[in-house]
Design a protein around this ligand. Structure first.
Ligand code: ADP
Ligand code: ZN
Length: 440
């Protein structure tokens, strides 16, 4: 039996799946009790893993937060002897100090299986040629996809990030059919195809693009698919605290991300009350790892906002689906009394063909007022050096952003390619306000 397509697990009846989860949860709690952090917590709460009769009993335990992980850096959550661990990864540190996660051999094996399963789920096959266009090293996207793709049996090209010309050359030389890259890099890669007088459709064999690690909208996906047609783009979700990629993934129905329920127990809670929200309602994702030994984490608050989608998926997989992640609760900023998520702005911009894919939201105090300044690169196909020809586009952006977020932005169209490109994940908001984020 292969590990990338296990119908007995992936299409298990919901009751069977719940029973599997409960068993795995008990194992995980017993394992977690071996760590200094959870050992102490369980003692303090007079909690023992045998008290768990249903999955809901887990709610007797408090959440684990990023601050808890940081506060017990580096070994406070370690549940096996240090000598048993064989690798560590750190989160990218997008929102502050990084956290560290340790793995033993079992953990890495299980993670590779999950990534192989995810890739297969999105349509990758053992005879594919897979090029991993992302940073290797502490970032989990590099080694995570590397070992997952090897487990699948694909020929892997550990290309690493950047150097778009070389990426394209590799794609041509080895007939790459599947790539993995973060969404904000893909438009750049496409630009370089054009610079070289090439097009993905005629000059490559690309058919599947796996993309995630940062939020992007459905409009952006459609745009990326138009850029790389006939290749399809599949959403990949994960976080270092839960291994990295391979937590939830889109199947070829492209209708939300199946979260692998045999490996993760998923809750979605109201971020204010911390009570579970009904299916279909937006809330914060909370994960409990179910198959990790070196560093099990219980009820981890991701700060990522999404909802459970309801109804069966035509692909036959029974693991529940998550809607596209809207962003993290701390991505939200408040300007002129309105709550705004960067993805609301991206959603508007990606409908406007004259706007390229790069934009930057600058929050700045001008005089006595805080303003939302939106810098948008003009699309090279629509720009001839004269911004006055695009004035109607600028005005359209002002209008549509106002309709979406109820704040009138100052919109500045800028030259194609002129906004700073991040090395890794894109930085969409630059808060230069005098009072910082707390301003009302
Ligand atoms: P950091 O938390 O420092 O960015 P990670 O590399 O572990 O480090 O990033 C995990 C986070 O990336 C997730 O919690 C989520 O906010 C974001 N993320 C990952 N995949 C996606 C995706 N497909 N859509 C939206 N956000 C994503
Ligand atoms: Zn499906």
């Amino acid at each position: 039996m292969n590990s990338y397509w296990q119908p007995d697990i992936e299409t298990a009846a919901p009751d069977t799946l719940r029973a599997m989860q409960l068993q795995a949860l008990r194992r995980t709690l017993a394992q977690a009790a071996q760590s200094p952090y959870y050992g102490e917590l369980f003692r303090r709460l007079n909690f023992s893993p045998e008290q768990i009769r249903t999955r809901d009993d887990l709610r007797r335990l408090p959440f684990t937060t990023k601050d808890d992980l940081r506060g017990h850096f580096p070994y406070g959550f370690l549940a096996v002897p240090k000598a048993e661990t064989i690798r560590l990864h750190c989160s990218s540190g997008t929102t502050g100090n990084p956290t560290v996660i340790f793995h033993n051999r079992h953990d890495l094996d299980s993670w590779a299986n999950l990534v192989a399963r995810s890739m297969y789920c999105a349509g990758a096959r053992p005879d594919d040629v897979f090029q991993n266009i992302c940073g290797y090293g502490l970032f989990t996207g590099g080694l995570g996809f590397q070992y997952g793709a090897e487990r699948l049996g694909a020929l892997t090209i550990p290309a690493g990030a950047g150097n778009s010309r070389r990426q394209i050359k590799l794609m041509q030389e080895f007939g790459t059919t599947v790539i993995h890259a973060i969404p904000s890099y893909l438009p750049r890669l496409r630009e370089v195809f054009t610079e070289l007088g090439l097009a993905p459709a005629k000059d490559t064999r690309l058919r599947v693009i796996l993309s995630g690690a940062e939020p992007y909208t459905e409009e952006t996906r459609r745009r990326l698919e138009a850029m790389f047609a006939p290749a399809k783009v599949f959403n990949s979700f994960g976080l270092t605290e839960m291994n990295g990629p391979g937590v939830a993934f889109e199947c070829d129905c492209q209708n939300g991300l199946h979260v692998w329920e045999d490996a993760y127990l998923t809750e979605i809670v109201n971020p204010d009350t911390l009570e579970p929200v009904p299916d279909g309602e937006l809330g914060e994702l909370v994960f409990t790892s179910l198959d990790r030994q070196a560093m099990p984490i219980l009820r981890y608050r991701t700060r990522d906002l999404t909802r459970f989608l309801t109804g069966p998926c035509p692909c036959g997989r029974t693991h529940r689906r998550l809607d596209r992640i809207t962003g993290r609760s701390d991505d939200m900023f408040i300007i002129k009394g309105c709550n705004v998520f960067p993805m609301q702005i991206e959603q508007v911009l990606m409908r406007i063909p004259q706007a390229a894919s790069d934009y930057l939201i600058v929050l700045e105090t001008l005089g006595d007022n805080d303003e939302l300044i939106l810098q948008v690169e003009a699309h090279p196909e629509w720009f001839n050096g004269d911004f006055s020809k695009l004035e109607h586009v600028r005005q359209r952006i002002v209008r549509e952003i106002h309709d979406e977020v109820l704040v009138t932005p100052i919109v500045q169209l800028v030259e194609p390619g002129s906004l700073p490109r991040a090395e890794g994940k894109a930085k969409r908001v630059d808060d230069r306000r005098r009072n910082g984020k707390t301003d009302f």
